[in-house]
Design a protein around this ligand. Structure first.
Ligand code: FAD
Length: 398
């Protein structure tokens, strides 16, 4: 048993993208940073569709040709319930899905960058408590079965969707069922993929309150998965049933073989109302920063992490770790993400009610036009003259 207290400037809990990028940015300022991860290997097991925007790699400073890139996409295809396909080119889809990555390698690369910048890393290190003592934060960590106490000026809660650290610090992180999607995904081999396009199948006929994705990772290989809104799961039904049904009914997929199964929860909520407190910053999924419409969270996590790193550097420089000193983080990440998340949250709420017939009409109306050639306003006019009832059903959303 080690009774000594380990003192650091910044303790980052969780070595997902949010934690590693925050640790890297803080360590680049020359501070004493400790990044801890409860799993024995960073990034493993993967629980992710691995679709990311073009912007992401540039934002985190990773080369687009790295080993963590599995394939580059030309765009995305949206498939409506009756099979109508809307093809979106890179200028429209790129901000959402530009690459399919190797998440394990991606997470490990970010952690290595943190280490190269000077952060210490402990794996098999599980944070189990949080308290404030004498103006600092104290966290007990079970590291390789040994209990250790770490005292930090600033603790970063980057512990993902199932986050406990913020809750220990007294912050309400609870979610309503309608604000959670339960996801399952298979890696499949021997299927018909469209190697240059990600595909999204939307509509209740595929899955209630969510969508099915197919993100290609090479000829005949793809991540095929879905998210179901937890409020729409009937009885004890589990999302696997919907995925198996989708695959069984679709000859492109039913001939394939499953080589991996993974899954997990994502929040499809608004972000936490407060993401800073005395000695504490909350980043990424732990702060409920996942996009509520797409379920994608890596970009938002990394964007917020960069803002967190910048704020940590300034606070340590000033020697002030109070809530007020950490508040610039709150302003900075909200500036870029908050409006978009609020708009997509409204869209998600609406999508939970929209019928398959309406989705068919929307997709077919948009598919008739080249989105490059038509403005959103013109598109809406066209939609309302062709299907006035759709505009009524969607109310103010469009
Ligand atoms: P995480 O990546 O979850 O990292 C948190 C880390 O903290 C974990 O490594 C965990 O082990 C560690 N940890 C937790 N508790 C402790 C503790 N007490 N002590 C120490 N360590 C701890 N997003 C996209 O952008 N694109 C996609 O295609 C996509 N597909 C998805 C598919 C599925 C099935 C799921 C579940 C999610 C998907 N997401 C996707 C969301 C994306 O995975 C997350 O938004 C992203 O991982 C957020 O990063 P993070 O660092 O905040 O959290």
């Amino acid at each position: 048993m080690g009774d000594d207290i380990i003192e650091v400037d910044c303790l980052v809990i969780g070595a997902g993208p949010a934690g590693s990028v925050t640790a890297r940015e803080a360590a680049r300022g020359g501070w004493n940073v400790l990044l801890i991860e409860k799993r024995p290997e960073i990034g493993v097991p993967v629980r992710c569709g691995e679709g990311v925007s073009r912007e992401l790699l540039d934002m985190v400073g990773l080369d687009r040709k790295g080993r963590y890139v599995s394939s580059e996409m030309d765009g995305a295809k949206i498939v409506s319930p009756n099979g109508t396909v809307l093809t979106l080119g890179p200028e429209i889809a790129g901000p959402e899905v530009g690459f399919v990555i190797e998440r394990e390698t991606f997470d490990q690369e970010l952690a290595k960058q943190a280490a190269r910048a000077g952060a210490r890393i402990w794996v098999r290190a599980d944070a189990v408590s949080f308290e404030r003592v004498g103006g600092k934060a104290r966290v007990d960590v079970i590291h390789n079965n040994e209990r250790k106490t770490v005292e930090a000026k600033i603790v970063v809660a980057a512990d993902g969707f199932e986050s406990l650290v913020a809750r220990w610090a007294g912050i309400d992180t609870s979610l309503e069922m309608k604000d959670i999607d339960t996801c399952i995904q298979y890696e499949m081999v021997g299927i018909d993929t469209d190697d240059r396009f990600t595909e999204f199948f939307i509509g209740r006929c595929y899955v209630p309150g969510g969508y099915v994705w197919c993100f290609p990772k090479g000829p005949g290989i793809a991540n095929v998965g879905l998210g179901v809104n937890a409020s729409m799961l009937e009885g004890t039904a589990d999302p696997k049933r919907y995925l198996d049904e989708f695959i069984r009914k679709n000859p492109r997929f039913s001939k394939g073989r499953i080589t991996e199964i993974n899954g997990g929860g994502v929040s499809v909520s608004l972000p936490l109302e407060e993401t800073v407190d005395d000695n504490l910053i909350i980043v990424g999924d732990a702060a409920r920063m996942i996009d509520p419409l797409t379920g994608g969270g890596i970009y938002n996590a990394c964007h917020a992490a960069i803002q967190a790193g910048r704020t940590i550097n300034e606070a340590l420089e000033k020697g002030d770790f109070s809530r007020e000193a950490l508040e610039p983080y709150e302003t900075r990440w909200r500036e870029r993400l908050e409006m978009e998340m609020a708009r997509n949250y409204l869209a998600k709420e609406k999508m939970l009610q929209v019928s398959d017939e309406t989705l068919d009409k929307i997709v077919s109306a948009i598919a008739e036009y080249d989105p490059k050639e038509i403005s959103t306003e013109e598109l809406l006019k066209a939609l309302s003259s062709k299907y006035p009832e759709v505009m009524e059903e969607l109310g103010g959303l469009l």
